[in-house]
Design a protein around this ligand. Structure first.
Ligand code: SF4
Length: 463
């Protein structure tokens, strides 16, 4: 299946693309199929089983509430995040869930959403199984789904038996400039004497007119800006019990007191990059509106580097923002198609590492880098994240995730600058580092893959 820029960048809600956005979309898909195939009056109960990583860290990642919202028909892209708490409270108080906003059923969160951390479905660690029962207790419909990272959902077998492997995805689109590797990207850029962003523009035209692509990219950028703005204004403590303080407003206040963007300290720019990333990831951890880029856990890196471009690079333009997002998406597609962007599958190298690689290549491009330099920057961005584990404390997307985004954003800028100081020739290719990331992820123990059973997660206790 060919994927494009709006598969890589999706507007959603926090805190997790694989554990919140994906399950919400899957639950909505199930409710739609159910109401299409069964009479509403026959449905007595819906039970959702969460396997593997969804079962292990689903509580902290809001998988249960995402499932409830999805069954009720809400879409992560447009759900009003300010109403989520009251909608959930109503469902809990009344023990009633209105499927797709149309068919009320009795719903008890404790008995109808089951966390099964020690069991996994074979295709992917983020499996879920949904069953609808009639009033006589007989199953009306069963479906299994896999949330494979970045909000992508793959449906399991048609019969719904847990454990079946999804059918191979057909190649849905023959794109004008198809690429499967970094090598393909470089060859196509040379053949058509164009940039990576232009290759992406040509491919995106397969799905929609160019003005719609531009409008969509602008919407992604506006959503990122609004997220940074909200994050910079919202103080307090993040939910989840670890009393993690939101730091962005305080940092902004300190920077402004020192003269803002024009302050005398030359490393103020780095403080601002940290600020943008903290703002986004604190919003994400609070369940706010974010752009999945390419995942929610790593949602701060690309906006932070893009804000750096916008505020600190002379001559920054809307066209530059488009080029940035298109180049980043091309790099993200390589990871999605050749490795993984799921922390549950390959650890944090697949989330923060990939976002850093995407941001590094994209920044290099808008700073005037050649395709070879862009490929080099993207490679550097991943090479120094290889082996990075996923060990979220308390199963929350807070520690180490929030700070890790700030660090990776700074690293992406450094990678872009290192590549720009070279001529594009280098020893390790992007394709080789992607392959290495995939193999390293396969060798990583599952306790380091979004299960909160290893690393920081077992050494930090709730206070
Ligand atoms: S540690 Fe990394 S992969 Fe794991 S939840 Fe945090 S950001 Fe995502």
């Amino acid at each position: 299946m060919a994927i494009g820029v709006f598969d890589i960048f999706k507007i959603g809600i926090g805190p997790s693309s694989s554990h919140t956005v994906g399950p919400m979309r899957a639950a909505r898909m199930f409710a739609r199929t159910l109401l299409a195939e069964a009479s509403g009056a026959d449905i007595a109960r819906v039970v959702v089983e969460l396997y593997g990583s969804l079962g292990a860290t689903g509580k902290g990642h809001g998988t249960d509430t995402a499932v409830m919202l999805g069954l009720a028909g809400h879409d992560p892209e447009i759900v009003d995040v300010s109403l989520v708490e009251s909608m959930l409270a109503e469902m809990r108080d009344q023990q009633t869930l209105v499927l797709l906003g149309a068919q009320p059923i009795h719903f008890n969160e404790t008995s109808d959403i089951l966390f099964l951390p020690s069991e996994t479905l074979p295709f992917h660690p983020n499996g879920m199984h949904c069953v609808a029962y009639g009033h006589n207790g007989v199953a009306l419909l069963e479906r299994s789904y896999y949330s494979v990272g970045g909000g992508f959902v793959v449906q399991g077998d048609i019969d719904g038996k847990p454990g079946a492997v999804p059918p191979a995805l057909p190649d849905m689109a023959e794109l004008p400039r198809p690429f499967r590797s970094g090598e393909d990207l470089l060859r196509l850029c040379e053949e058509y004497s164009c940039s990576i962003a232009d290759l992406m523009r040509t491919n995106e035209a397969h799905w929609r007119p160019e003005e719609e692509t531009i409008a969509g990219l602008q919407r992604i950028w506006e959503t990122m800006q609004a997220c940074v703005e909200r994050g910079c204004q919202t103080a307090g403590v993040l939910p989840g019990g670890f009393n993690v303080r939101r730091r962005a407003p305080e940092l902004l206040g300190r920077l402004e007191a020192r003269g803002g963007h024009d302050g005398a300290d030359p490393l103020t720019i780095m403080d601002y990059v940290n600020l943008y990333a903290l703002a986004v990831n604190e919003e994400n951890a609070a369940g706010g509106r974010v752009v999945t880029a390419p995942t929610n856990g790593a949602a701060g890196i690309i906006p932070a580097v893009l804000h750096y471009y916008w505020h600190f690079i002379e001559g920054a333009s809307s066209r530059g923002v488009e080029d940035f997002l298109l180049t980043a998406a091309a790099i993200g597609i390589l990871y999605k198609e050749n490795a993984s962007i799921s922390g549950a599958e390959v650890g944090c190298q697949g989330e923060v590492g990939v976002a850093c690689s995407m941001a590094a290549g994209a920044l290099c491009a808008v700073l005037g880098g050649t395709p070879e330099q862009v490929e080099n920057a993207a490679e550097i961005g991943m090479e120094h994240h290889l082996g990075l584990t996923c060990d979220p404390v308390g199963g929350l997307v807070q520690i180490p995730c929030i700070e890790r985004n700030a660090l990776a954003a700074v690293k992406a800028i450094n990678a872009a600058r290192m590549a720009l100081h070279g001529d594009g020739t280098h020893n390790v290719s992007l394709d080789q580092v992607i392959k290495t990331m995939r193999e390293t992820g396969a060798d990583m123990l599952s306790k380091y893959k979004e299960t909160s059973q290893g690393g920081l997660a077992v050494n930090i206790v709730e206070c």
